[in-house]
Design a protein around this ligand. Structure first.
Ligand SMILES: Cc1ncc(COP(=O)(O)O)c(C=O)c1O
Length: 409
């Protein structure tokens, strides 16, 4: 075959020529820490991991035996499992979301859900509106598009500054979507008030800009009443992203979207290019589990356990961290966000925490999208993975280090 001379590319001899966006891609700080934190003997407050002791293993064994024994398609390629969609509609109703099976799109975890939505909505170089401190997995999703990120102030008490969102949109910003975590924010742990939920949804409607609502922690609420997600207030402009990772187990790799029905055929095309199907077996396994086990009982056990861990961490922070440390006790999710005096560099602190005290956390700067606000004095602490006595021990060790640093400077 003859190749026309103008199609010839000069390729380097010694290295593979990567696509432009991939040339500067590095393992995220989070991935490095995950690697270090996974070493034996480390008390890890780093990742947002559920506690494996709380996985509903017996129910999953029962359901998986039955699925394997009775369903010859369970190990085959296959279309989305329709009964699981019905179970998800029922689950969403518990959060006061009214939706239909036709609006459910099953994904390989929430992460893939966001990825597919970004592929459908975002042009290379397009705009994305998000908070200045945000989940690193979302940052990775949008990175290949080299987007213009319109970042909005946010904080641990109030969450996204909706007035700034309104003013950006009024001044002509035209993002492909707004990314929001309404309950149990990662990393800030804050949940939006009802007023903010309504305002954000109203802006999405007014400017016809979709909100990608990432909600893996919405079912993990610790107060008496949990507010419904944004999707409960609008079925056209809110694209909901849900997950079984934190409420069953992450290894099943099943999540879902609730989107306008018209989007589903397009999502199917981009999903097929990505991984053909969501795991056929685990879709059936979850569906069977939800049919025959008591999910409400399981969720209330998780809430009770995680609430006790949250309280243990709050108590340990009060006892062992300096009085100048600021944090709020979260009403959803699995994280504390701790703000230390400005002089404390939490990335440097992490080195000694891992080396000397065998404890891991995530330094605030992993989450910043703005070079001017890197939260270098902040840390994210997970409370779902360790039991209360490990939490007390680990927080005492980190607190000791923080106090040593403050005494030195
Ligand atoms: C905010 C947020 N979104 C999405 C995900 C990914 O969830 P999944 O395991 O369903 O892909 C996580 C995981 O920790 C998360 O914290």
């Amino acid at each position: 075959m003859n190749i026309a001379p103008n199609l010839a590319v000069t390729r380097p001899t010694e290295a593979v020529l990567l696509a432009k966006w991939a040339q500067n891609v590095k393992r995220s700080q989070l991935q490095e820490i995950l690697f270090a934190a996974a070493k034996p003997g480390i008390i890890s407050f780093a990742m947002g991991l559920p506690d494996p002791e709380l996985f509903p293993v017996k129910g999953l064994i029962r359901a998986s035996r039955q699925v394997l024994a009775s369903d010859s398609l369970a190990l085959q390629y296959g279309p989305p499992f329709q009964p699981l969609k019905s179970r998800i509609v029922e689950l969403m109703a518990k959060r006061k979301v009214v939706c239909r099976e036709e609006q459910i799109f099953i994904t390989t975890g929430a992460q893939q859900g966001m990825n597919l939505l970004a592929r459908l909505l975002l042009e290379p170089g397009g705009q994305v509106l998000t908070e200045e401190m945000i989940y690193t997995g979302f940052q990775q999703v949008i990175e290949p598009y080299a987007p213009r990120v319109l970042s909005v102030p946010t904080d641990v008490r109030a969450g996204i500054d909706v007035a700034v969102v309104a003013s950006l949109l009024a001044r002509g910003a035209c993002p492909a979507f707004i990314y929001a975590i309404s309950s149990g924010h990662n990393p800030l742990a804050v949940s939006l008030t009802e007023a903010k939920r309504l305002q954000l949804v109203e802006l999405a409607r007014q400017y016809r800009i979709p909100i990608i609502e990432d909600d893996p922690y919405g079912f993990l609420n610790y107060g008496d009443e949990a507010l419904p997600p944004l999707r409960a207030y609008d079925d056209q402009w809110v694209f909901y992203v849900g997950s079984f990772s934190k409420i069953l187990t992450p290894a099943l790799r099943v999540g879902w979207l609730v989107v306008p029905e018209s989007l589903v055929p397009k999502l199917s095309v981009v999903k097929e290019a990505s991984d053909i199907d969501t795991n056929t077996f685990t879709q059936r396994l979850i569906s069977r589990f939800l049919e025959q086990e008591d999910i409400d009982l399981h969720l209330s056990m998780l809430r009770r356990e995680y609430r006790a861990r949250r309280d243990a961490m709050a108590q340990a922070l009060r006892e062992h961290f300096p009085a100048a440390a600021k944090w709020e006790s979260p009403d959803h999710g699995v994280f504390f966000w701790v703000d230390l005096p400005y002089k404390v560099d939490t990335l440097a602190l992490l080195d000694s925490a891992l080396e000397k005290e065998r404890v891991a956390f995530i330094p605030g700067q992993a989450f910043g999208v703005e070079p001017s606000n890197r939260a270098t004095n902040c840390m994210r602490l997970n409370f779902s993975h360790s039991n209360p006595s490990l939490i007390r021990e680990g927080i005492a060790r980190v607190g000791k280090l923080v106090k040593e640093v403050l005494n030195r400077i």
